[in-house]
Design a protein around this ligand. Structure first.
Ligand code: PLP
Length: 475
């Protein structure tokens, strides 16, 4: 491809993107594709000869788009969002054009230094103390794994890095029953073994109960098991419950246990001073993660990982073969040693674009608006005699269920499952679920870049209509 054709085709792609955003509401939110249906339209073998761009775009529109679930649709209210924005896409485009692999300072000084600066900005923006130093990871799962590996090396005085686990050392890692599955995954990958996981009970708000944590630690110590790490949630996945970080931090200090905070989704709300109550005690943590790629308009992937002791992080991961040595040595940050992978994308660029083009105030306004729309919907759900709200709503995720007066408790789970499937299959809205205290809860998350009050109202009307209200039943 010469630069003239590149220019022409790139313009077409940008036009495609702009049209996509203009018409996004015309797409079904969740792809209606059946398993195998997309593959059926893809040839078994690759083309021997080059194909024209127009043909590729035609196939993209006809064969790929039908299998896309539209994560940027304003009525995508499933899981947690992975929202994006114009500035982020532009930053990502430039990043891919530069194609820089930013493993060391020398392989692109601007990538390293911009990452340092943007992580400092972000730290201030969410009110983290200056004692934290940031590095961008791909995902919160990776950041949590990095933290657990750091914990493993701290608790073994860096012995496990050298010699592996010894037969007789047993470790324990604590998190709440509502904590994200990435913690269990990291425990397996880090070699602790799933048996090391202690799931601590939660209270009526789905937040970890500190006294139960203490009891579990004491029991482990009595049994010769070494407490290696506590992971607290600033916003669980199910219902965005906030663990009492301050009290958990005190327990970690008392027993000298590594402390990680997973704020993957709700961390973005810390942009708002009025939401900082959630992070009270954050200064006691060793590491903290939140994902701008969830709710901060920065397209996937971009996870902000903060550590108190960058030297311990580097010591956990550093490896220096001859071919990676550079003359700047330790004068600079070589981010290849700040995580698992060697090669790194220039993710700071899109974050820089987002922060600059929104401005801190612009970001705050959007987040506040999402929270306000959520509060308005909470009121409507609470006023309806046919719906129950199943959890508190600290930010913008509502867990609720349909509960017609004449339906017995034991029938509610299957009724709500049926309702959810109808909503999903409609293509009008995409919602997902969780279980809270064994109750099937439909989740609604209001965090899309372009979600407006009218979308929320449409979705609420649609839920009631599908539930067969007034008077009727799902079916
Ligand atoms: N932690 C929490 C609380 C989450 O909600 C999620 C994902 O939703 C994760 C971790 C994992 O995030 P990632 O996809 O960035 O690994």
């Amino acid at each position: 491809m010469n630069t003239d054709s590149f220019r022409k085709q790139a313009h077409e792609v940008v036009d495609w993107i702009a049209d996509y955003f203009e018409h996004i509401e015309e797409y079904p939110v969740k792809s209606p594709a059946k398993p195998g249906e997309i593959m059926e339209h893809l040839p078994d073998t690759p083309p021997e000869k080059a194909e024209p761009f127009d043909q590729i775009m035609k196939d993209f529109n006809e064969k790929i788009i039908p299998g896309i679930t539209h994560w940027q649709h304003p009525r995508f209210m499933a899981y947690f969002p992975a929202n994006n924005s114009g500035p982020s896409i532009l930053g990502e485009m430039l990043m891919s054009a530069l194609g820089a692999q930013c493993m060391s300072w020398q392989t692109s000084p601007a990538a390293t230094e911009l990452e340092e600066r943007v992580m400092e900005w972000l730290r201030g923006m969410i009110g983290l103390p200056e004692s934290f130093t940031g590095v961008i990871q791909d995902t919160a799962s990776t950041a949590t794994l990095c933290s657990l590996l750091m914990a493993r090396e701290q608790v073994s005085n860096f012995r496990i890095n050298e010699q592996g686990f010894s037969q007789n050392a047993e470790y324990a890692i604590y998190c709440s029953e509502e904590a994200h599955s990435s913690i269990e995954k990291a425990i397996k990958i880090a070699g602790f073994g799933r048996k090391a996981l202690r799931k601590i009970p939660v209270d009526e708000n789905f937040a970890l109960i500190p006294s139960k944590l203490r009891e579990a630690i004491i029991t482990d110590l009595k049994n010769g098991v070494v407490p290696a790490c506590v992971v607290a949630a600033l916003g669980t996945t199910g219902s965005t419950a906030v663990d009492p970080l301050d009290e958990i931090g005190d327990i970690c200090e008392e027993y000298d246990i590594w402390y990680h905070i997973d704020a993957a989704f709700s961390g973005t709300a810390l942009l708002l001073p009025e939401k900082r109550w959630m992070s009270k005690g954050v200064e006691k943590a060793d590491t903290f993660v939140f994902n701008p790629h969830k709710w901060m308009f920065t397209n996937f992937d971009c996870s902000a990982f903060y550590v108190k002791d960058p030297e311990a992080l580097v010591r956990t991961f550093e490896i220096l073969p001859e071919y990676l040595k550079t003359k700047e040595g330790s004068q600079v940050n070589n981010y290849r040693d700040w995580g698992i992978q060697l090669g790194r994308r220039f993710r700071a660029l899109k974050l820089w674009f987002v922060i600059r083009q929104f401005g801190v105030e612009g970001l705050q306004q959007k987040i506040r608006k999402h929270i306000k729309m959520t509060e308005q919907l909470v009121k409507k759900i609470d006023q309806s005699i046919d719906f129950d709200r199943l959890a508190p709503v600290p930010v913008n995720t509502i867990c609720f269920r349909y509960h017609p007066q004449d339906v017995k408790e034991e029938e509610l789970n299957s009724l709500n499952k049926q309702l959810l499937h109808q909503l999903q299959d409609s293509g009008f809205v995409y919602l997902t679920h969780t279980k809270l205290n064994g109750q099937f809860a439909i989740r609604i998350v209001i965090g899309q870049t372009n979600v407006e009050e009218r979308h929320v109202q449409e979705v609420w009307d649609f839920i009631q209509e599908k539930a067969g209200m007034p008077g009727g039943k799902v079916g």
